[in-house]
Design a protein around this ligand. Structure first.
Ligand code: 5GP
Ligand code: MN
Length: 338
């Protein structure tokens, strides 16, 4: 982000009252953590600030300070649209194209607010007035920390802000193990601990709060695991019936896709989850090394994301989606097989 943008943002912040912060649809730890971190900072600066998420977020994030203040667009369309219309500044966090906000895209496009994007996904589109995009960053939360540094505001980082930013960095780096984790990530984490992030408690709140249903759903998912050793690929399916039987709640399948990558030799993992109501199969892809799941998902499953973590969807049945997946895999034989 260039110095000129920082000057312009500082000046916009000095006069703006109404600010809206938006994460992507299906918000994860990094999306909610970055929005709430920024939210606490701006609230302290006496702005009228609202976080508006396109849809609800997982239970394992509902302990985050300020999470009770997050508005859910699809539950309160009229009120949220009024807030978007009144906003002088809109921060869009953890996504690179407005379409990732689902039904919120329309009111956002109609807004004449100053748009500020902070995001670590590749190929940012150009809807924002100020774009802080860096695909080498571990997480949007790490970028919000750097953004506060650029605003010379690190001294204003409260324990609440530190907790939110720590959480997003932790979830987006798979607890500091993915390639995007740098020495700088650890330096930021160290500062956040110094500012009051309670690392042990945060890990417990996010990872050690499974319901019995969720744990048993994981059992079903692992039973459904299929492995293609030749193409070093593993995938999991979960049907709507299996979700219903285990009392599925939003967020329950978070992290399941990673189990495929825990198998020796596997470098490409996928999970296919049936969403009967929406009529789609939601897919998550993960990889190790240079196999680009971003490119794979863009090419075949109307999605995208990062090199090693991407999402997508399919309007075919669960069975036909898996058939399609298995049919396109051999096209990647050179990259996938040893
Ligand atoms: P997840 O599999 O956890 O839903 O998503 C992994 C990564 O891919 C995240 O960075 C997420 O933002 C991105 N992603 C997930 N679904 C989609 C999608 O439908 N389209 C695009 N472009 N990115 C997605
Ligand atoms: Mn992220």
């Amino acid at each position: 982000m260039i110095e000129q943008s920082i000057l312009e943002i500082t000046s916009a912040l000095s006069v703006a009252k109404n600010i809206v912060i938006v994460p992507h649809k299906g918000p994860d730890g990094d999306a909610i953590g970055s929005c709430l971190g920024l939210y606490h900072f701006l609230k302290e600066k006496k702005h009228e600030v609202k976080v508006i998420a396109p849809n609800d977020f997982p239970q394992f994030l509902k302990w985050l300070p300020g999470s009770e203040d997050v508005l859910i667009y699809e539950n309160e369309v009229d009120y949220c649209t009024t807030l978007i219309d009144a906003a002088e500044i809109v921060f869009t966090l953890d996504f690179n194209v407005l379409a990732r906000t689902g039904a919120m895209e329309e009111p956002l496009r109609a807004s004449d607010a100053i748009f500020i994007m902070i995001d670590h996904h590749p190929e940012p589109s150009d809807y924002a007035n100020h774009t802080y995009s860096d695909a080498t960053m571990s997480s949007t939360c790490q970028m919000v920390f750097k953004f506060l540094q650029k605003l010379r505001a690190v001294k204003h980082i409260s324990p609440e802000i530190a907790t939110c930013l720590y959480t997003g960095i932790m979830t987006d780096t798979g607890s500091f193990r993915y390639r995007s984790t740098s020495s700088e990530t650890h330096r930021v984490i160290a500062e956040l601990i110094d500012k009051g992030a309670d690392n042990t408690r945060i890990h417990q709140q996010v990872f050690d709060t499974f319901s019995q249903n969720r744990m048993q759903l994981l059992g079903v998912a692992l039973q459904n695991l299929r492995v293609n050793n030749e193409l070093r690929t593993a995938y999991i399916t979960l049907s709507q019936e299996e979700l219903d039987k285990n009392n599925f709640r939003k967020g329950d399948t978070e992290g399941f896709v990673n189990y495929g990558l825990s198998l020796e030799g596997i470098i490409f993992a996928a999970i296919f989850i049936e969403h009967k109501k929406e009529g789609i199969i939601k897919i998550s892809f993960r990889s190790k090394g240079n196999f680009s799941v971003n490119a794979f998902s863009r090419a075949h499953f109307s999605g995208g994301g990062h090199l090693n973590a991407a999402g997508g969807k399919s309007e075919l049945s669960l069975e036909n989606t898996v058939t399609k997946f298995n049919a396109v895999l051999p096209e990647y034989k050179e990259e996938l097989s040893l």
